[in-house]
Design a protein around this ligand. Structure first.
Ligand code: DTP
Length: 171
C-alpha cells in the first residue's frame, strides 16, 4: 500500500490521460464537493460534458469555484487531464495566490489500458492517437512537475499501484 501525503491546505491536480481513471480515483479518495471535474463543468456550461467547444468556459468556471474554495480554506482537487504544462501553470499560480501548496498526483497508466477503457465508454469516441498524444505530453511533463512549482509530486505507475494507493491528509 502506498500512502500519498497531501497537505490539508493544498490544491491537488490529478494528472493522467483520458481513461487513466482520474474520476474513479477522485471518487474513491476525496469528498463529493472536493473534486472539481472538467467534464462536470463542461456539462454545467453547455449541457454536454463531451462538448470540447465548451472547454474554455468550463475551465473559467472551474477556476472561479476553485478560487472560492481555496479562499474558504478547503482542500480542492482538479480532475482534468492536466497533461499540458500550460494547463497546469494557471493552477500553480492559483495555489500560490491562496497560500496553499500545489500537489500533483499522476496516474501513469499504459496507453493500451486507457484506449480499451475508452472504447467501452459513450462520448469518448476519439481515436487512440488522442491517448498517444496525451501520453507523450505526460512523459515530458513528469520530469518538469517539480520545476513547475508542485511541492509534492506523487506518481502512481500502473493499475496496481493506483488501486493500492491511499491518501493521508496532513495538517
Ligand atoms: P477522462 O479524462 O476521459 O474523464 P478519467 O477520469 O481519467 O477519464 P475514469 O475514472 O472516468 O477516467 O475511468 C475511465 C473508465 O475506466 C471508466 O469507464 C471507469 C474505468 N476504470 C477506471 N478505473 C478503473 C480500474 N481501476 N479498473 C477498471 N476500470 C476502471
Amino acid at each position: 500500500m502506498t500512502a500519498l501525503t497531501v497537505p490539508t491546505m493544498s490544491l491537488v491536480l490529478l494528472v493522467g490521460t483520458s481513461g487513466s481513471g482520474k474520476s474513479t480515483f477522485a471518487a474513491q479518495h476525496f469528498g463529493r464537493f472536493e473534486t472539481l471535474s472538467s467534464d462536470f463543468f463542461r456539462g454545467l456550461v453547455s449541457n454536454d460534458e463531451d462538448d470540447q467547444a465548451a472547454t474554455p468556459a468550463a475551465f473559467e468556471a472551474l477556476k472561479h469555484v476553485a478560487a472560492q474554495r481555496l479562499r474558504a480554506g478547503l482542500l480542492t482537487v482538479v480532475d482534468a487531464t492536466n497533461v499540458q504544462a500550460e494547463a497546469r501553470r494557471d493552477f500553480v499560480q492559483l495555489a500560490r495566490e491562496h497560500d496553499v501548496l500545489p500537489v500533483a498526483i499522476v496516474l501513469d497508466v499504459p496507453e493500451s489500458v486507457c484506449v480499451a477503457r475508452n472504447a467501452g465508454r459513450t462520448g469518448r469516441d476519439f481515436g487512440p492517437e488522442v491517448i498517444r498524444r496525451q501520453q507523450g505530453q505526460l512523459r515530458r511533463g513528469l520530469k518538469a512537475l517539480g520545476k513547475e512549482g508542485f511541492r509534492r509530486v506523487h506518481v502512481l505507475h500502473g493499475v496496481d499501484e493506483i488501486a493500492a494507493a491511499t491518501i493521508v491528509r496532513e495538517p
